[in-house]
Design a protein around this ligand. Structure first.
Ligand code: HEC
Length: 434
């Protein structure tokens, strides 16, 4: 909002892609009585529209992006050419009698920089690690409202900052699958340098980072503009998880096999520093300093029911502590996959940290920045990854052994809902889809 006001004050406007895709393009496709449609001619004329595929009634995401790139260069002419009195002559005729025409107003709003950003939907996406689908949950009702299908063994997933896409690592095909957020269709599969694990995205949405769990270890960097695998940065050890730090300045990759954390500089895309701990690196989370820079990396380790803290500036481990052993609670030791504690989340206000305990079928809450235990909440067999949507109200726990996503209230610490999902749910993320 503040940024928009800033641009408005300067009289500068940047055209919004989502607004173009969802509101302007329908004007180009619409049949108005007595007129040929814009699309009928402009597939052959400048400003150019992409040719629709046979049978298609709308453009694909890729085509829409091309249309957007073409038409954003003609915003003034777009308002003048089809408007009566706007120009003397338009070979395509005058479709709009006056500036009061609602469709013309839509074109004008886009040209001035209107966005649909307020109208996105918050969603929780639950991938099923032994399935071929991803469940889409509406956190307002805590029900499943959709699904992404056709990605066998989806591993990691991330939502683009503008909410228009979901990137999913596909273990079966060794690709990064690009999913369009409205239709949930896979619009592209990008080949990777090896079997992928987790994935994250830069704050500006321009680069996607994929951890490669094969060979000597790499982070593949996907260029979003061209949807190609731009480069593969060699790191120490095959990579399980990859994260962009909250300030966007670093890409942090963890290796189980090499017990090493590799920190890549996001600006130069070069390996900056590494740190080897005493055991394999599992999920990580980040605390920040007042200026937003990274303070600590919270690390879960192989075969350790606890947390290690790494001082980011000093580049060394400063503390390690075990999660509690709640008295009288059954200790689960089967099928731990080498990680009794595997899953972390921090509330948006930075005050509460959740860590999963597979030993005790629970999630454990700690206050930040002091790491004091606040609560242990039983959730079910093999709790794994965690996410907290932007409003911070609830924690979503992938309970892998129960094929469910369990919702925990961040204030009352009650389980408010158990949502049945697919086979062995693991990675879970949340954000706004547009
Ligand atoms: C019957 C075919 C036809 C239709 C229908 C049509 N146009 Fe055009 N349009 C043209 C041609 C031809 C030109 C001129 C291209 C050139 O100069 O090379 C043009 C030019 C334009 C230009 C550029 C004007 C300039 O001064 O350079 C814009 C913008 C444009 N059209 C928008 C639209 C919009 C929006 C619609 C639908 C509401 C539409 N057109 C419908 C044929 C059409």
């Amino acid at each position: 909002m503040r940024i928009l006001l800033f641009f408005a004050a300067l009289g500068v406007s940047a055209q919004d892609y989502v607004y173009f895709r969802d509101r302007v393009q329908p004007v180009f496709l619409k049949k108005r009585p007595g007129h040929a449609r814009c699309v009928a001619c402009h597939i052959h004329r400048v400003p150019a529209l992409e040719k629709l595929s046979p049978g298609a009634t709308n453009w694909t995401e890729e085509q829409s992006r091309k249309n957007f790139q073409n038409w954003r260069l003609f915003t003034e002419k777009l308002l003048a050419a089809p408007l009566k009195g706007g120009t003397k002559f338009h070979p395509g005729g005058k479709h709009f009698a006056s500036k009061d025409d609602p469709e013309w107003k839509t074109l004008a709003a886009w040209a001035r920089g209107a966005t649909d950003k307020s109208t996105g939907d918050v969603r929780v996406l639950q991938s099923n690690s032994a399935g071929d689908d991803i469940h889409v949950i509406d956190p307002a009702t805590n029900t499943v409202v959709g699904g992404i299908t056709g990605i066998e063994v989806p591993h990691g997933l991330v939502i683009s900052p503008d909410g228009t896409r979901i990137y999913v690592t596909n273990e079966a095909q060794v690709t990064l699958d690009v999913v369009e957020s409205r239709s949930f269709q896979v619009i592209k599969r990008i080949p990777l340098s090896g079997k992928p694990n987790n994935v994250d995205i830069s704050k500006d949405g321009k680069r996607v980072y994929v951890g490669i769990r094969e060979g000597t270890g790499a982070v593949d960097i996907i260029d979003v503009a061209s949807l190609t695998n731009a480069k593969s940065v060699a790191v120490k050890g095959e990579i399980h998880n990859v994260y962009v730090t909250p300030d966007g300045k670093h890409v942090v990759a963890g290796s189980i096999a090499a017990s090493t954390i590799s920190v890549i500089d996001a600006a130069t895309e070069k390996l900056d520093w590494t740190l080897t701990l005493s055991a394999g690196i599992r999920p990580m989370a980040f605390t920040t300093n007042r200026d937003g820079s990274t303070k600590e990396i919270i690390v879960q380790l192989s075969n350790y029911h606890g947390l290690a803290l790494v001082d980011f500036a000093a580049r060394k481990e400063i503390r390690r502590f075990e999660l509690p052993d709640p008295p009288g609670v059954h200790k689960e030791t089967e099928g731990l996959q080498g990680s009794p504690s595997h899953g972390l989340a921090i509330t948006p206000d930075g005050k509460l940290l959740w860590a999963t305990s597979k030993w005790y079928d629970s999630v454990m809450a700690y206050s930040l920045p002091d790491f004091k235990l606040v609560k242990v909440v039983h959730v079910g067999l093999h709790p794994d990854w965690l996410t907290i949507p932007p409003d911070g109200k609830h924690l979503y726990v992938a309970v892998a052994g129960d094929d469910a996503t369990v919702v925990v209230d961040n204030k009352t610490f009650e389980v408010v809902k158990t949502i049945p999902v697919g086979a062995v749910p693991k990675r879970v993320v949340s954000g706004v889809l547009r």
